[in-house]
Ligand binder design. Structure first.
Ligand code: SF4
Length: 474
């Protein structure tokens, strides 16, 4: 069958780092003349970037792959990412046809960057049919297949292919070994992109029109192993080495909160949004998890963040049902969340991972109990987030236009804005056409009401608040 070159589809599961990597691979395909499609049924090639942070995440990956193989009976499926690193054989077994006739190509996460060689090679070879396409994929993605050496930092920021904001990968891997975590096994030892290269890539993104870059990695708090001033020093160099591009930090570990960090984040170009990987509010459970801080020190850091930034958006990750977590431990976590008054809590039930220290830990907490504790934290998070949004009603904020009104929407059309303090705002189009926003561009808006007020759809709104576009930036 003649293979039309154009269409490639991508499915990304997991973290911002995975999204950043998929985005760069997609940009390479676009550059080589392929088109990107969201519809896996019409794609001539599908790339699935996987996650293995929990058993639920892995279940979702397997479901995604099976559905893809079923919905599109011909196109090859490249599977990469953390799950492809931790269980290659298990994923290959999903393709009943397997071997020569197989359509599933599993590329371990550590080899993911090899996929970047595929677009140009496929375009250059002028693929004649599916068999040739499969052969080319197999050859290029195989470690000894002549493609360039795997380089975890080949994923450079650029003009966003799939999104209105840019991700900038600055770090990979982790040297910690928290008892529940498979990530440091899937992603390997910590490695950092040199400061000069990070700066060069941010400058490229800024000159390409990016108004904001999200610094991402597995553990960006340990960029450069904290040597040479670590992340604070990098942030200083990025702010002084670029003009106005905004910098948003992805997930942080609590050991990042040093005086140097507090000094540099006062710069207004560093977004007032901090997502902290805390995992428990109980000192005893943190110790069992092999974490490296006390709840009190985190509360102190949160107080500092609020002194230095104007009511920043502070979110956290929490694990419930870690082996040995009693009702008392959980109530310590709940009290900790109340004391911290988070803008949002992301709770997850403990997931037993083979290969981690906690795999053998006892006593285990029944899944339904862990889930019950997750829903208690989720309910608290909903009210805490609402209180945070209400504090901002009537105030002006800066943000990025992340979506424009649908064609023909007319007066009903609205612009969606992601604010510096991480709120999703729906704003009516300004009647003054001079202020018509562009996607990915920065603009100012006044928050006017909580999303629920005046949102009569009954379903939970997919945005946080309503707003009004105000002329200049605030
Ligand atoms: S800090 Fe701990 S939880 Fe985070 S990636 Fe490293 S080992 Fe995993």
């Amino acid at each position: 069958m003649e293979v039309a070159l154009p269409s490639v589809a991508f499915q990304t599961l997991g973290c911002k780092l995975n999204r950043c990597e998929t985005e760069t691979i997609a940009a390479a395909f676009t550059k080589a003349g392929f088109s990107i499609t969201e519809d896996t049924r019409e794609a001539c090639l599908l790339v699935v970037n996987t996650c293995s942070v929990t058993s639920k995440a892995e279940q979702k990956v397997r479901g995604t792959i099976r559905a893809a193989l079923r919905r599109n009976p011909v196109c090859p499926v490249i599977v990469t990412g953390c799950y492809a690193e931790t269980d290659r054989a298990g994923l290959e077994a999903l393709d009943s046809a397997g071997g020569e006739g197989g359509r599933l190509f599993v590329v371990p996460g550590s080899q993911k960057s090899r996929i970047m060689d595929l677009p140009a090679a496929l375009a250059g070879e002028g693929i004649r049919d599916m068999a040739a396409l499969r052969a080319a994929i197999s050859r290029i993605c195989r470690a000894d297949g002549g493609g360039s050496a795997a380089d975890v930092f080949r994923f450079a920021a650029g003009a966003p292919a799939l999104r209105s904001r840019t991700f900038l990968k600055i770090q990979d891997g982790c040297d910690n070994s928290c008892a529940y975590c498979l990530v440091h096994i899937a992603r390997g030892a910590a490695r950092s992109l040199p400061r000069e290269t990070v700066l060069e890539r941010l400058r490229t993104a800024e000159s390409g029109g990016a108004a904001e870059a999200v610094l991402t990695g597995v553990n960006i708090s340990r960029w450069n192993g904290a040597a040479n001033g670590g992340l604070p020093e990098l942030l200083r160099a990025l702010v002084s080495g670029t003009k106005e591009v905004g910098i948003r930090l992805s997930s942080l570990e609590p050991d990042v909160f040093t005086e140097d960090f507090f000094a540099v984040i006062q710069n207004p170009r560093i977004r007032p949004h901090f997502h902290i990987s805390i995992q428990s509010g109980s000192a005893e459970i943190l110790e069992r998890m092999g974490r490296f801080y006390e709840p009190e020190s985190v509360l102190g850091a949160i107080r500092r963040l609020r002194e230095l930034k104007d009511d920043p958006f502070i979110a956290c990750d929490m694990i419930t049902g870690f082996p040995g977590e009693t009702e008392k431990h959980f109530s310590e976590t709940y009290a900790f969340c109340e004391a911290a008054a988070f803008s949002q809590i992301h709770p997850f039930p403990f997931s037993r991972r083979r290969g981690t220290a906690a795999w053998d830990y006892k006593p285990r907490i029944p899944e339904r109990e862990a889930e019950k504790r997750v829903s208690i934290l989720k309910n608290y998070s909903i009210s805490s987030r609402k209180r945070y949004i209400e504090r901002w009603i009537g105030r002006d904020v800066g943000g990025i236009c992340i979506s424009l009104p649908a064609r023909g929407a007319g007066a009903a059309g609205f612009v969606e804005i992601l604010t510096d303090n991480y709120l999703r705002i729906r704003a009516q189009l300004p009647c003054d056409s001079r202020f018509l926003p562009q996607k990915g561009r920065r603009l100012g808006c006044r928050i006017t009401a909580h999303a629920e007020d005046g949102h009569d759809g009954g379903r939970a709104p997919s945005f946080d608040a309503c707003g009004k576009i105000i002329g200049g930036l605030c």
